[in-house]
Design a protein around this ligand. Structure first.
Ligand code: ATP
Ligand code: MG
Length: 454
C-alpha cells in the first residue's frame, strides 16, 4: 500500500503542485485548503504523514496539531513554515510534530524527511510486533486475561497439557471450548502432531462410527474404498470430540472400549489399529442430566471426566471484557486494515451489564460489526445491533416509569437466575420472594430460561 500523505495549506498553487510531485513519486496524496477540512480528512483518509502549513485563515497549524494527535495519534506531522524561526519549530516539536521544514521547500529535502519518518515508523511497527510475539506465547492463543477465574483456567491448562490425560471441557456455547482444546494441544509434547476436531452432533450413528474409526472397502453399501478415520488421522496428536453429549449411546460404548483398550477396528475391518492420540472432549450440555435421562453412559462419563475444565459464561467474568475488547479490536484492525483505538464509555458500560447469551463469540461478532459501521476511530453505540442499542441510555425507548421498572426487574431477575444456574427455588430464596411470585414475574416479563442450553 502506498504511503498516504495529507497536505493542509491554503496556498492553492503550492498545495496542488506539491501533491502532484508527491503523486509522481507514488505517494497517495490528498489535499485540503484549511484546517477544518483538513481535520475531516484526517478521519476519513487516515494519512500516515501530514504536511501542515502554519499560517492558515481559520486556525494555525500549531493549533490543530493537538486535534490531529488526539484523533489520529499514529500520523506523523511535518510542519511547513515560511517563518522558520527556531521558536516555531520548538513549539511544534513540543506539541508532538515529527519534524518541520522551511518554505520555500526544497523537494529533495522533503522527500528525505518523509523517507526517514516512514523508515522509523516501520521499525517501530516491527518492534511492537516482535514484542507481541515474544510476550504472547500463551497469549497468542488469546487466553491471557485478567479475571481470577480465567487465570485459574490457564493454570489448569498448563498443568494438564503435558500429561496426555483425557480432558473434558464444559461450558456454554461460545465460551471458548475449542480454543482451550487447541491450547492444551499447543502446550503438550504433541504440538507438532495433528490436532483433529470432529463435531459429534448431526451424524447418523454408522456414519459417525466410520468417520471416527474409518472403514474398509465393502464394509457397507457405498464403501467403495478403504477410508481412514479421525483416530488414525490424529496419529499421536490430539483428537477433539466436540459436542460429545450428542454421540449416539451405542457408539458411546464403542468409544469407551477404545479408550480403555487403546486400540480399534475400522468398520468392517479385521486388522486392529493402535489408538495413540490424546482425547479431549467438549460439551455445552449438562452431562449429569443426560446420564439421568439415559442419553449418556455413566461409565463413559467417568472415563472422560478425568480432568474437567469448566469455562464460565462471559456474564460471570465481566472483568475480562475490557481485555477481550482490546484483543478483538487489535485483531480486526489488522484484518480489516483499520485504526480503531477503543470503545466509548457508554458502550463499555453496556458491555459490562449485558448478559452475553452467545458469550465470547457474540462479543467478537458485535465488535467486528461495529468496526465496519463506526467512524474508524472509536466504537460507539451507533455500530451496535438494534437489540443492544435499545439497552443504552441514549436510545432507550422507555416511555414511562412502569416500563423502566419492568426493564430493570427483567434484567435483575435474569442475572440472579443465571447465577443460580436457573434453579428457580434457589433464585426465589436469594430474592427473598415466594417461588410462586418468581414464576408469575417470569411469565409476566416473558423470561424463559437460558438461551444457550440445548
Ligand atoms: N479467551 C478468549 N480470547 C479470545 N477469543 C476467544 C476466547 N475464547 C473464545 N474466543 C473466540 O470466541 C469464539 C468462540 O470460541 P469457541 O469456538 O472455542 O467456543 P465453543 O465453546 O467451542 O463454542 P460452541 O459450544 O458453540 O462450539 C471463537 O472465535 C474464539 O476464537
Ligand atoms: Mg466449539
Amino acid at each position: 500500500m502506498p504511503v498516504k500523505i495529507l497536505i493542509i495549506d491554503d496556498e492553492e498553487l503550492f498545495r496542488e503542485d506539491l501533491a502532484m510531485l508527491l503523486r509522481e513519486k507514488d505517494y497517495d496524496c490528498q489535499t485540503s485548503a484549511n484546517a477544518a477540512d483538513g481535520l475531516k480528512l484526517v478521519i476519513d483518509f487516515l494519512p500516515d504523514i501530514i504536511l501542515s502549513d502554519i499560517v492558515m485563515p481559520d486556525r494555525s497549524g500549531i493549533d490543530i496539531l493537538d486535534d490531529i494527535i488526539r484523533i489520529h495519534p499514529d500520523a506523523s506531522v511535518i510542519i511547513m513554515t515560511a517563518f522558520g524561526t527556531l521558536e516555531t519549530a520548538i513549539q511544534a516539536f513540543r506539541k508532538g510534530a515529527a519534524d518541520y521544514i522551511l518554505k520555500p521547500l526544497v523537494f529533495e529535502d522533503l522527500l528525505n524527511k518523509i523517507n526517514r519518518i516512514w523508515e522509523q515508523k516501520k521499525l517501530i511497527q516491527e518492534i511492537k510486533y516482535l514484542r507481541r510475539e515474544i510476550t504472547e506465547d500463551i497469549n497468542s492463543l488469546p487466553l491471557g486475561s485478567k479475571s481470577n477465574v480465567m487465570q485459574k483456567i490457564i493454570e489448569l491448562i498448563k498443568k494438564v497439557a503435558p500429561k496426555n490425560s483425557i480432558v473434558l471441557i464444559t461450558g456454554e456455547s461460545g465460551t471458548g471450548k475449542e480454543l482451550v482444546a487447541k491450547a492444551i494441544h499447543e502446550f503438550s509434547n504433541k504440538k507438532n502432531e495433528p490436532f483433529v476436531a470432529i463435531n459429534c452432533s448431526g451424524f447418523q450413528e454408522s456414519l459417525l462410527e466410520s468417520e471416527l474409526f474409518g472403514h474398509v472397502k465393502g464394509a457397507f453399501t457405498g464403501a467403495i474404498i478403504d477410508k481412514e478415520g479421525f483416530f488414525e488421522t490424529a496419529g499421536e496428536g490430539t483428537i477433539f470430540l466436540d459436542e460429545i453429549s450428542e454421540m449416539p449411546v451405542s457408539l458411546q460404548s464403542k468409544l469407551l472400549r477404545v479408550l480403555e483398550q487403546k486400540e480399534f477396528y475400522p468398520v468392517g475391518g479385521t486388522k486392529i489399529l493402535p489408538m495413540k492420540a490424546r482425547v479431549i472432549a467438549a460439551t455445552n450440555c449438562n452431562l449429569q442430566s443426560h446420564i439421568k435421562s439415559g442419553k449418556f453412559r455413566e461409565d463413559l462419563y467417568y472415563r472422560i471426566a478425568v480432568f474437567e475444565i469448566d469455562l464460565p459464561p462471559l456474564r460471570k467474568r465481566f472483568s475480562d471484557i475490557p481485555f477481550l475488547v482490546d484483543f478483538f479490536i487489535h485483531k480486526f484492525n489488522k484484518e480489516m486494515k483499520c485504526h480503531y483505538k477503543g470503545i466509548s464509555k457508554d458502550v463499555l458500560q453496556l458491555f459490562m451489564s449485558y448478559d452475553w447469551p452467545g458469550n465470547i463469540r457474540e462479543l467478537r461478532n458485535v465488535i467486528e460489526r461495529a468496526m465496519i459501521l463506526c467512524d474508524g476511530m472509536t466504537i460507539t453505540s451507533a455500530g451496535l445491533p438494534a437489540q443492544m442499542k435499545s439497552l443504552t441510555g441514549e436510545t432507550n425507548q422507555t416511555q414511562n416509569l412502569k416500563e423502566a421498572v419492568q426493564a430493570f426487574e427483567g434484567s435483575f431477575l435474569k442475572r440472579v437466575l443465571s447465577d443460580c444456574n436457573w434453579n428457580k427455588e434457589e433464585a426465589a430464596r436469594r430474592l427473598n420472594i415466594n417461588p410462586s411470585t418468581l414464576y408469575r414475574k417470569m411469565a409476566e416479563l416473558r423470561i424463559e430460561g437460558p438461551t444457550s442450553s440445548k
